[in-house]
Design a protein around this ligand. Structure first.
Ligand code: ATR
Length: 285
């Protein structure tokens, strides 16, 4: 179906946005569902994010996904938000309501949990201690979602300890910070280990964590998806651990966004993972 004047319009906003895979994913679902809709990329200047968002109040478009570097500022623009977005301190989904208000949500954390459910069926990410490597926005979002999901202990380990401590203080409860010197002991009891640093992006070495120290039942997640099989995931597999890749997270966070924009579930008839892998230039697995 072609896009008519009555189309529902949504999009993704970031700076830069050129390499975003969200337009590919959402437009493939739109086409497969036969919707009169479109999903476009937007790259407002960094200084102009708030003005761009304010101009959309009242529903000029239905909603936006928001990515780096605007997720924290997106939350601040909203009139209301989900508990998870508040705890994560960031929003990747804005919906422009007809009454002029903006609703914010965070689907990155649920995307993480859903990706684990897809790639390691039956594994409960909240059953045991979680170790998160990193203390940026991605780490904070993962910690918030797993804390809300009932994980008994979540420890952030980061090169800059103060950033991990700030997240632990902000989320509180089961979320703690630890120095890199404590990592081996934490890995020894971990049920779930997540790389939320940018290490490994573009094919470099991932975090130096001793994944072989984890219990055999542990699951290892890498939020980095370029390359798909990061050095970190390859080391986890070599140690016999089950793994979850960052691409599945990206695909899963798109699902509730699509539902919020277009009011229907993404059709299962299109293999968006294969499309995304083709765009990434990776062999389909
Ligand atoms: P995002 O918001 O996407 O999570 P970020 O805030 O830039 O991105 O966070 C990047 C993470 O990768 C941080 O935890 C960073 O560690 P610092 O807080 O110490 O900067 C981590 N990181 C990046 N390069 C690193 C490196 N060479 N060694 C260790 N950690 C690194």
């Amino acid at each position: 179906m072609s896009v008519t004047g009555a189309a529902i319009v949504a999009g993704v906003c970031g700076q830069p946005i050129r390499h975003s895979m969200s337009p590919l994913i959402h437009n493939a679902w739109i086409a497969a569902a036969g919707l009169d809709a479109a999903y476009a990329p937007f790259a407002p200047p960094e200084s102009g994010f708030e003005a761009f968002i304010e101009g959309l109040r009242g529903g000029a478009i239905r909603g936006l996904n928001v990515t780096i570097p605007f997720k924290e500022r997106a939350l601040a623009c909203a009139d209301r938000c989900s508990d998870l977005a508040r705890l994560a301190g960031a929003a990747n989904l804005l919906v422009f309501e007809a009454d002029g208000t903006i609703t914010a949500d965070n689907t990155d954390g649920p995307g993480l949990i859903d990706a684990i459910a897809v790639q390691v069926p039956g594994f409960d990410p909240a059953a045991g201690p979680v170790v998160i490597l990193g203390a940026g926005g991605a780490a904070r979002g993962a910690a918030a979602a797993l804390a809300m999901g009932g994980a008994p202990k979540i420890t952030l380990v980061n090169r800059t300890l103060a950033r991990a401590e700030a997240i632990a203080a902000s989320i509180g409860g089961v979320v703690k910070a630890a120095a890199e010197a404590e990592l081996d002991a934490l890995l020894g009891e971990a049920g779930l280990v997540i790389n939320a640093t940018s290490l490994g992006l573009g094919g470099g070495a991932g975090p130096a964590a001793r994944l072989d120290l984890t219990p055999e039942t542990a699951v290892v997640v890498d939020m980095v998806y370029k390359p798909l099989r990061t050095e970190f995931l390859r080391r986890a597999e070599a140690a016999g651990r089950r793994t979850v890749d960052g691409l599945e997270m990206l695909l899963r966070q798109a699902v509730p966004s699509f539902e919020a924009f277009f009011g229907v579930a993404p059709p299962a008839s299109v293999d968006v993972r294969a499309l995304a892998l083709a765009q990434l230039g990776e062999a389909v697995r």
